[in-house]
Design a protein around this ligand. Structure first.
Ligand SMILES: Cc1ncc(COP(=O)(O)O)c(C=O)c1O
Length: 379
């Protein structure tokens, strides 16, 4: 087999770090010298910045995006016997955060174009279930779920809307930032996210003062005053070193987002030159800012295409190969293949290709040509 002419990884974090290395070190070295690692000043500074950025009144940092979700459910005092409607087409934490406190995820299928919860199907499920206390849309791949109908349904059926905005910092729905639309917004700063830490970190946003106070306590074992616990919480502080890294990265986030958007637009143009059996990502009419955490195509012969790309030095990833309702750990819910057909089809056809900010146009051209060659050879 011949050596690929280029290497195009799915994501190149080293390229991003090299641009900001000096800025990061200038922030981290004094912090390390001060040894103030737990809830140091960078935590509050980051929280202020993110509250402003997401147009939320409050932002509460925590240890990961998974914990952000867990803290949100804890703040709503959900537990065994309660149900939350959510999407089966997401990262595991979306449903895992519910299951680990005994809440039943009620999976509802998605819109095939946006990959996000289908509000029409949500209403059908709400009509049949009386113990649904929340609706959890996920703004998948940087595109928003259709929030207005979900909020209306929440009002009508008495369910709180909590946004899993892990992949969507800066995304906008009708001019409103994701994470500030529902009662709470949960963010992940996992390194591969648009705003990625140098390890794990997460955050919850809210406009509700009472929820903000409770979340602040819950992440600190249930009490702001050391050794006094008003409620039972968990240890889920955001690491001060991570907060400092994120604070610096915030300066660059809009520029990186614009580069992602430009790369997405480039793909649209480049793919338009070929007639290929693939569906490109679509931007919903209500979406005023897509942040392209992923550029995900739907394609025929997906696994063979992925192998072909790998052989040509191109990274790609399957988000997600098995929908959540079919995961072994949720077998007790009694789902079978065929229950949620759109999610199941996407699990077989979706492929995310490189869209990271530092990607070069020549790399994109190479990715598109390599995909076109694959389908030409398969004819
Ligand atoms: C949609 C979604 N929800 C939740 C999470 C969990 O975030 P973390 O990995 O920071 O725990 C992620 C991140 O992978 C995610 O993509």
């Amino acid at each position: 087999m011949s050596t690929p002419t280029r290497q195009v990884p799915l994501l190149d974090l080293a390229a991003q770090h090299s641009q900001i290395r000096e800025e990061i070190l200038a922030e981290l070295i004094p912090l390390i010298d001060s040894q103030r690692f737990i809830m140091g000043p960078a935590v509050g500074e980051l929280e202020c910045k993110i509250a402003g950025y997401t147009q939320s009144r409050y932002a509460i940092g925590c240890a990961s995006g998974s914990d952000a979700l867990l803290l949100a459910w804890m703040a709503l005092e959900l537990g065994p016997g309660d149900k939350v409607i959510t999407t089966p087409y997401s990262f595991f934490a979306t449903a895992g955060s519910l299951a680990r406190i005994g809440v039943e995820p009620v999976f509802v299928d998605i819109d095939p174009l946006t990959f996000n919860l289908d509000p029409n199907q949500v209403e059908d499920v709400l009509k049949r279930n009386t113990d649904v206390w929340a609706i959890q849309p996920v703004h998948l791949f940087g595109g928003c779920a259709d929030m207005d109908p979900l909020l209306e349904l929440g009002q009508k059926y008495g369910a709180v809307v909590v946004e899993d905005a892990a992949q969507a910092i800066g995304a906008e729905y009708k001019g409103r930032r994701c994470g500030a639309i529902g009662a709470m917004g949960c963010f992940s700063f996992y390194p591969g996210k648009n705003l990625g830490a140098y390890g794990d970190a997460g955050l919850v946003t809210t406009n509700d003062e009472e929820l903000a106070k409770l979340l602040d306590k819950l992440r600190l074992h249930g009490g702001r005053d050391k050794y006094f616990h008003e409620v039972v919480g968990i240890n889920s502080r955001i690491d001060t070193l991570q907060a400092a890294v994120l604070k610096i990265k915030m300066r660059h986030l809009d520029h990186w987002t614009e580069q992602r958007q430009q790369n997405a637009a480039n793909y649209m143009r480049l793919f338009a030159e070929f007639d290929l059996p693939i569906t490109l990502p679509s931007i919903a009419p209500y979406q005023t800012r897509h942040v392209f955490n992923q550029f995900t195509i739907q394609c025929e012969q997906r696994d063979a295409l992925k192998a072909h790309l790998a052989a040509q030095g191109i990274g790609s990833e399957i988000y997600y190969p098995l929908p959540l309702h079919l995961q072994q750990c949720f077998s007790e819910l009694g789902h079978e293949k065929g229950d949620l057909p759109i999610s199941e089809r996407l699990a077989e056809q979706a492929l995310s290709i490189p869209v990271y900010p530092e990607l070069k146009i020549e790399d994109q051209d190479y990715v598109v040509r390599t995909i076109a060659e694959f389908y030409k050879a398969a004819k």
